[in-house]
Design a protein around this ligand. Structure first.
Ligand SMILES: Nc1nc2c(ncn2[C@@H]2O[C@H](COP(=O)(O)OP(=O)(O)O)[C@@H](O)[C@H]2O)c(=O)[nH]1
Ligand SMILES: Nc1ncnc2c1ncn2[C@@H]1O[C@H](COP(=O)(O)OP(=O)(O)O)[C@@H](O)[C@H]1O
Length: 196
């Protein structure tokens, strides 16, 4: 098993769907030079999604085989689809990059925190429900999908106070600025300078 080194850090972006977790994570990741660990899923790719970039899209049989082989840190079923993060991917990415991030729901955030302890920091990204619905509509989600997401809103919000860092994502530039500063000051110490 890969031994975690002192400077290894795993950021877990969590919060309600549509709050902007992926957007904020990717922008902060680019700014701070961090890499994302991509989950495996049995759900079908959406038209805009790319295999290996958004998810590793696999068949149910492939997923179950990997699960039996105990390759996943955690597995979750959401609306009939399975999602999981492979332990080996986390180890490889840490070894290569030192600082990595994932975008997970609250169950995944909790499992990874349990597994990696103080090496894992949970970042809760949220917005009010009305704003989220508007963003999901603009993102092109169907009314059925939006209903499904909003039905989990309160449960996801209840996880807020368990997280190490909490950001309301209203103005995107502000969120990313505050977040990158927090991560740099507390963990990465890359001394980002504001060149504006
Ligand atoms: N626990 C867990 N959650 C995941 C994993 N991969 C993705 N998720 C989260 O599960 C939800 C998946 O919902 P989905 O409808 O596919 O939305 P999307 O992937 O966010 O566009 C999202 O909240 C993801 O952030 C994983 O490996 N484990
Ligand atoms: N601060 C923001 N202001 C306006 N739109 C945003 C903001 N943050 C994210 N978005 C947009 O909202 C939608 C949902 O963001 P996304 O990152 O996909 O959310 P999540 O990963 O939490 O489901 C995307 O279309 C994204 O471009």
């Amino acid at each position: 098993m890969y031994e975690l080194k002192d400077h290894d850090i795993i950021f877990i972006f969590t919060g309600p769907n549509g709050a902007g977790r992926k957007t904020v994570a990717q922008m902060s990741g680019d700014t701070l030079g961090m890499k994302q660990v991509i989950s495996y899923t049995t759900r079908a790719p959406r038209s805009s999604e790319v295999d290996g970039q958004d998810y590793h899209f696999v068949s149910k049989d492939e997923f179950i085989a990997a699960e039996r082989n105990q390759e996943f840190v955690e597995v979750i079923e959401i609306d009939g689809n399975r999602y999981g993060v492979k332990e080996q991917d986390v180890a490889d990415m840490l070894q290569k990059h030192g600082a990595i991030y994932l975008v997970l729901n609250r169950f995944g955030a909790e499992s990874l925190k349990q597994r990696y302890g103080r090496k894992a920091a949970r970042i809760f990204i949220y917005a009010d429900l009305k704003t989220i619905v508007k963003r999901e509509e603009e993102r092109g989600d169907s009314p059925e999908l939006i209903d499904r997401y909003t039905s989990h809103y309160d449960e996801e919000m209840a996880y807020k106070d368990h997280c190490e860092h909490i950001f309301e994502n209203l103005d995107l530039a502000h969120t990313v600025f505050d977040l990158t500063k927090t991560l740099d000051d507390n963990y990465l110490h890359r001394n980002l300078v504001d060149k504006d």
